[in-house]
Design a protein around this ligand. Structure first.
Ligand code: HEM
Length: 255
């Protein structure tokens, strides 16, 4: 039973369905709106499929472009990550592909990707909410109901109080061995409407990296690689226009 099947199971023949809040009993004592339980129109299903295509493809590939940049420009970190991968996989064959269980044991790989997304959050403007109540901020004034408020990911991700003592501008995956504030790292947003694809994206990136770094090393191309990270395009995500690096076979037979 996948997401598409769940949506198709709830399809309605109507073109428009009025939202009917349903009290579920779990939240009657709180201010939180009860969830909406209803069928979906065909148009809503098509829109959701489109959203998943957009949100599920460019995001992960962009994050992997930033990982490539980090690997190329931090050869020591790359060697460390390759040694970590080698310790978990002797070789990768059709019969011994990286699987969920084995990848989940790889702490350093996890920290490496988290550190990359801390320094290069691909969707820094995506975490936006509207306030349901008016409130006041000193020095700013009254914030009316319905204002779009975006969390500043950069100020969180580079805050030395949240990420020290090692300078947050330094790539240092080991900083994740220290417990941090739960909202210090938000590349996937936070709360009940955070990224629904987070676990999938992290697992997908890890599997790609294990398979890739088992065979290749990513090599810095100097100025061309530096320029790649300076020329960014802001579409749905903030992505390098190109990521210029060189690949070298680890057995050094082909380069
Ligand atoms: C590195 C990869 C990804 C990053 C950094 C990322 C980041 C984000 C962020 C920041 C949000 C907004 C969350 C919020 O407002 O709190 C979001 C929402 C969303 N993401 Fe991702 N995403 C990634 C991959 C994916 C993938 C692979 C999928 C689907 C398979 C996906 C599907 C979605 C969807 C459907 C939403 C809207 C969720 C909602 O409104 O309830 N994302 N993502």
């Amino acid at each position: 039973m996948d997401l598409l099947q769940l949506m198709l199971a709830s399809v309605s023949d109507d073109d428009f369905i009025k939202d009917q809040p349903v009290k579920t009993g779990t939240n009657v004592d709180t201010d939180i709106e009860p969830p909406l339980v209803r069928k979906m129109t065909k148009h809503e299903i098509a829109s959701n499929i489109f959203l998943f295509m957009i949100a599920g493809y460019e995001t992960t590939s962009t994050a992997l472009a930033y990982v490539s940049y980090v690997l190329a420009t931090h050869p020591n970190e790359q060697s460390k990550l390759q040694a970590h991968i080698d310790a978990h996989f002797d070789s990768i064959t059709e019969d011994d592909m990286p699987n969920y269980e084995k990848i989940s044991e790889m702490d350093y790989l996890d920290m490496f990707i988290r550190e990359t997304l801390r320094m290069y959050p691909i969707a820094p403007n995506a975490v936006t909410r509207q306030n349901t109540k008016e409130f006041h901020i000193d020095g700013v004034g009254v914030i009316p109901i319905g204002t779009s408020i975006t969390a500043n990911q950069y100020s969180l991700h580079f805050n030395p109080d949240l990420w020290g003592p090692v300078d947050p501008h330094t790539f240092y995956p080991e900083r994740f061995t220290t417990k941090r504030h739960p909202l210090a790292w938000v590349p996937f947003g936070a709360g009940p409407r955070n990224c629904v694809g987070m676990r999938f994206a992290l697992m997908e990136m890890k599997i790609v990296l294990v398979r890739f770094l088992k065979i290749y090393s990513i090599i810095d191309c100097g100025e061309q690689t530096r320029q790649s990270i300076e020329q960014l395009e802001e579409m749905k995500v903030i992505a390098p226009k190109n990521m210029i690096v060189r690949l070298q076979c680890r057995d050094e037979q082909i380069s």
